[in-house]
Design a protein around this ligand. Structure first.
Ligand code: UT7
Length: 413
């Protein structure tokens, strides 16, 4: 029988830290209100050069080092994100290219804050089915780019970051034992971001009219501006508290565990009070809940993998511990997984060095492929279209997810 064990973990939090006091200079709020109502003390904010792909890659490199494997061994890369750099290509493809993961399939998974646990469950199933031996599952979000910095109801809650784990096939019992994935789209209007490009639709698509109808206004009747988060905080709060407790009960039962057997619950970090209320409803001591929201705020799909890293670093995860991961978010979506934590890994310097060499090579190879494609393109367009248009723009991502704009006249911009 095949099992899927977490054997590597890594995180990336951008250097720039914004404290609650600094935030209070932007909107009408206070450090005391934010701490008391949410537990948040600060958040990390992506810099202008950070992209969803670049922070995901940074977390992934750390996870590969801990797992003691090279990128060439990975069969699948899943990135849970709500803030991809592009509609396509996926963030996962940019990470694949940056790592030089030659034999990996790669895709993004859109399940908001539940995205990481969704991805973990799917990757574990692929491993258990025998399709792949190693998977990289990442949660990466730059929430600050979706925030209306004048809306105190939302801008105090979120932060930026990425977390990653490596899953490995093994015949040793343990690892990810069971998972549950759920959704209730009728609650989509409780928490959403309208696409910026939706309003550009010019083609009449009557058969899609239902799907294209914007979410109904909620609460105070407000509908968010395109590109910004809208949240009905109180309803999401109630939903989150109910789900953290309910999904924990359900997944524990599926794993054959009593609630008292659980060593640690790693919940989505949206609000301290949601976690406290779930602990109370489960009649478990708060110490069973891992909480690190104070340092990062809500980093959406990244909260749980970042929390896994911090739990390991703080000695909260020991071999054979019974652990529950439980997330919830927009969609509405929720997901939970029961896992038996594995044994600690010994870092190998050789693989770490190999990974750095591979990263350098991946960079060179990616550039070489782009140059080759351009050459091929210009040779074939000389044959097919002897008269060229004066400027033929081609815009696209480079390997970090930064947009690269090229024109024949100007070269790279
Ligand atoms: O990833 C999942 C997504 N998000 C969540 O899970 C968040 C779920 N919701 C929550 O965490 C909470 O509902 C919030 C933190 C958003 C709000 O906390 P609350 O205790 O439910 O506050 P409230 O909405 O009931 O508002 C209480 C008061 C209001 O003032 P009035 O009307 O009583 O005068 C708000 O205007 O707090 C006010 N308020 C603030 N005051 C200072 C709302 N935001 C702020 C703020 N600073 N940032």
């Amino acid at each position: 029988m095949r099992y899927a064990h977490i054997v590597g973990w890594g995180k990336y939090a951008p250097e720039r830290v914004m404290t609650n006091d600094e935030l209070a200079t932007l909107v009408d709020t206070t450090d005391t209100w934010i701490r008391e109502r949410t537990g948040i003390g600060q958040r990390h904010l992506a810099g202008p050069k950070d992209t969803c792909a670049s922070i995901a890659t940074a977390a992934a490199i750390e996870a590969l080092d801990v797992a003691n494997i090279t990128a060439a061994q990975i069969g699948l890369i899943i990135v849970g994100t709500s803030t991809p750099d592009f509609a396509f290509p996926s963030t996962a493809c940019l990470v694949q290219d940056a790592l030089g993961a030659d034999t990996a399939g790669a895709f993004d998974l859109s399940a908001a804050c539940s995205g990481f646990v969704y991805g973990l469950s799917m990757a574990a199933d692929a491993i258990k089915a025998g399709s792949i031996d190693y998977a990289l599952v990442i949660g990466s979000d730059i929430m600050s780019r979706l925030l209306d910095w004048k809306d105190r109801n939302t801008c105090v809650l979120f932060g930026d970051g990425a977390g990653a784990v490596v899953l490995q096939a093994s015949d040793q019992p343990g690892g990810l034992l069971t998972s549950l994935l759920r959704a209730d789209g009728s609650g989509g209007d409780m928490l959403y971001v309208r696409n910026n490009y939706r309003d550009k639709a010019v083609v009449s698509t009557p058969h899609l009219s239902t799907a294209l109808t914007p979410p109904a206004a909620t609460g105070d009747g407000k509908v968010s501006d395109a590109g910004y988060i809208f949240m009905n905080g109180r309803e999401v709060f109630r939903f989150g508290s109910r789900i953290l407790a309910g999904a924990t009960r359900e997944i524990a039962a599926r794993a054959g565990w009593e609630l008292g057997d659980i060593d640690l619950i790693i919940p989505h970090q949206a609000n301290n009070r949601i976690i406290e209320s779930a602990a109370k409803s489960l009649a478990l001591p708060l110490e069973k809940m891992f909480i690190n929201i104070e340092h990062y705020a809500n980093t959406s799909a990244a909260t749980i993998p970042i929390a896994i890293c911090d739990a390991v670093n703080n000695g909260r995860l020991r071999p054979n511990d019974k652990v529950i991961l439980v997330g919830f978010g927009a969609g509405l979506t929720w997901a939970a997984a029961a896992l038996q934590w594995g044994t600690p890994r010994v870092l190998s310097r050789t693989n770490r060095t190999l990974n750095r060499v591979r990263l350098g090579l991946a960079n060179v190879r990616s550039r070489a492929r782009r140059v080759f494609r351009r050459l091929e393109d210009s040779l074939s367009s000389n044959v097919d279209h002897p008269v060229k248009s004066p400027v033929s723009p081609a815009s696209g991502p480079d390997r970090s997810g930064t947009a690269v704009v090229e024109t024949e006249r100007e070269g790279k911009v």
